[in-house]
Design a protein around this ligand. Sequence first.
Ligand code: PGA
Length: 221
Amino acid sequence: MKYIIANFKSHKTKGEIESWLEQFQAHAALDTKLILALPFPYLQVATTKLDVAAQDVSPFPPGSYTGAVSAVQLADCQIKYCLVGHSERRKYFHETSMAISNKVRELLSVGITPVVCVSEADLSEQFATLEDEQIKKCLFAYETLADIGGTTTTPLEQIRVEIDVIRGYTKNSSLGILYGGSVNAGNIATLTGLVDGVLVATASLDPDNFSLVVQGFAPHV
Ligand code: PGA
């Protein structure tokens, strides 16, 4: 299976998400799953075009943790995927690798697939807290820090080398490795064949742009 994930981060209101869904027309290849990662209030938006993912989850089980949304609650909303450890969470919310592995544990306990985001910084530390049994059941998204924001692009050769390094850490994953950071309609074709999918933020915010990304990936899968 291949995965193309749109990550809206904290962009868009309910009405804007609904009109994005109306406009978005692309069809993925049969072996490609389209996923839309939305903020918590909008997880139950009605759509048959994509699977909806959460962007975060509590590292704790259900209980007295004000402001936190538990994996049990996400599962209750029929959520099947959840981003974990995005570099913005690590940077602005001071998330540690230990907290991230607790989130992975919580998600797996209710059958939600974690999409664990990793970057080139301290890779071994980012993987140290994940057990082999967990790695097997996670999707991974490798994002070059300088490329996040959609304005720069690391040379393909460098991405190839970095993905090989990640494959060393995730060799037990049955799901695969996605690439993220400045993925757009112009560079999507170069990534096909190299990774099992992509995580797209800036180029996903416009539905026509995101359709081009999906179409650019599909003919090669
Ligand atoms: P970008 O961000 O597509 O805007 O570069 C990717 C991400 O942060 O997941």
